[in-house]
Design a protein around this ligand. Structure first.
Ligand code: ADP
Length: 401
């Protein structure tokens, strides 16, 4: 079954057409810099890359272009459903769900929790419903997978009424990725589907770790928002909350301005003063850039500490799985993290680690050590699979009625 996967951000819209049975990506692309003079549409089809300038196009015009592209490629009639990535589902959604007016209203209720992400996600849904009125549309939430966390993991030790009245709790993100890689880990690493304990480390521009026990998230590092947890590309991860009040006074600025710095000018970028990009930092560190090296060390230290925390939550660990742009590709970062986990018996196989990456997945530790492995993520495929499943069960129940 072919599924159109849409991921609408504030100034971009990623799209893909995926055959859910084979996992094949028939088309993939991104409309980016939306609203700016150099807005563009880039796509890949049949191994060929294409690009088109969309001068000042907003989401609406860009998605119309995607609709026309699907038409030109003869794909429109072959699509059975549209799967939307929705970032924040709060505690309202614990799984993927067919989009109805009630679902839209609930996603809207989550806007205060995800003010940057939910509005463009909703916009994408509205435009897709207009463009493809006959197709079933399904919402797939970043937060849903973590709804199985127990209270000890999701509660912050703040006044309880903040949780009751204001929904202050840990939600966690990257759920689609943690779910996908933990499922793949069970299959590819030969773990018991009914009895496994996996720490998944999604390390991209945004980074989070999760503790997955028997297919369910037990804990994760991101919190109320994706700012919590480990050091990221431009985000600080967890810090002493007093820093916000302190810097507000020191700089004579607003809390929003401090939050902006924590989201956009911290993390690898903040420490290195150079870049948020791991590749750039690794190259600079090799050439003696001291703060690039320091940023990488802070990153590895923070991820290793978080992995240990996730292990506490699981009580044991069958596999530590690396994924995301850094997790799949940054050989020395993986090596350093595994090294820092030496206290728990982890011992790298440097040769295997050096050859593993996006194409070559699997174990990177010695056979006598607890297992660490590389498993590439595929959030788009997971969204396509959920959407296909929702479409087939709707078809079955219609047929049975
Ligand atoms: P996003 O979270 O935006 O999807 P990605 O998962 O693509 O991001 O991860 C981006 C990060 O992966 C960047 O820091 C980038 O430098 C890093 N990365 C990608 N390829 C490599 C590589 N070959 N070596 C080291 N880091 C890499």
């Amino acid at each position: 079954m072919n599924i159109l996967v849409l991921n609408c951000g504030s100034s971009s819209a990623k799209f893909a057409v995926i055959d859910s049975s084979s996992g094949e990506e028939l088309l993939s692309g991104i409309a980016q810099r939306l609203g700016s003079p150099n807005a563009s549409l880039d796509w890949k089809h049949a191994g060929q890359k294409h690009s088109k300038v969309l001068h000042h196009a907003e989401h609406d015009a860009a998605l119309r272009e995607v609709g026309e592209l699907l038409d030109e490629l003869g794909l429109v009639d072959k699509i059975a459903g549209v799967g939307h990535r929705v970032v924040h589902g709060g505690a309202r959604f614990s799984g993927s769900i067919p989009i109805t007016p009630e679902v839209i209203a609930k996603i809207r209720e989550c806007i205060p929790l995800g003010p940057l992400h939910n509005p463009p996600n909703l916009l994408g849904i509205a435009i897709a419903q207009e463009l493809f009125p006959t197709l079933p549309q399904v919402a797939v939430f970043d937060t849903a997978f973590h709804q199985t966390m127990p209270p000890r993991a999701y509660l912050y030790a703040v006044p309880y009424e903040w949780f009751e009245k204001y929904e202050v709790r840990r939600y966690g993100f990257h759920g689609t990725s943690h779910r996908y890689v933990s499922q793949q880990a069970v299959k590819q690493l030969g773990l018991d589907p009914d009895d496994h304990a996996i720490v998944t480390a999604h390390l991209g521009n945004g980074c989070s770790l999760a503790a997955v026990r028997d297919g369910e998230s037990q804990d994760t590092t991101m919190g109320l928002t994706p700012l919590d947890g480990v050091v990221m590309g431009t985000r600080s991860g967890s810090i002493d909350p007093s820093i916000i009040a302190h810097m507000k006074k020191a700089l004579g600025c607003s809390a929003d301005q401090v939050m902006d710095a924590l989201n956009k000018r911290s993390g690898l970028l903040g420490i290195s003063g150079l870049s948020n990009d791991m590749r750039t930092l690794q190259e600079a560190a090799e050439q003696g850039h001291v703060r690039a090296a320091l940023a990488i060390e802070l990153f590895c230290y923070s991820v290793a500490k978080a992995a240990a925390k996730m292990m506490v939550s699981l009580g044991r660990v069958d596999a530590l799985v690396f994924t995301g742009g850094i997790g799949e590709n940054a050989v020395q970062v993986r090596a350093r993290i595994v090294d820092l986990l030496g206290f728990a018996g982890f011992a790298l196989d440097p040769h295997v680690n050096a050859t593993h990456g996006r194409a070559q997945r699997g174990r990177i530790t010695r056979t006598t050590s607890p297992m660490a492995a590389v498993i590439p993520t595929n959030e788009e495929l997971m969204i396509a699979l959920d959407t296909a499943e929702s479409v087939s069960s709707a078809e079955k129940s219609t047929a049975a009625a």
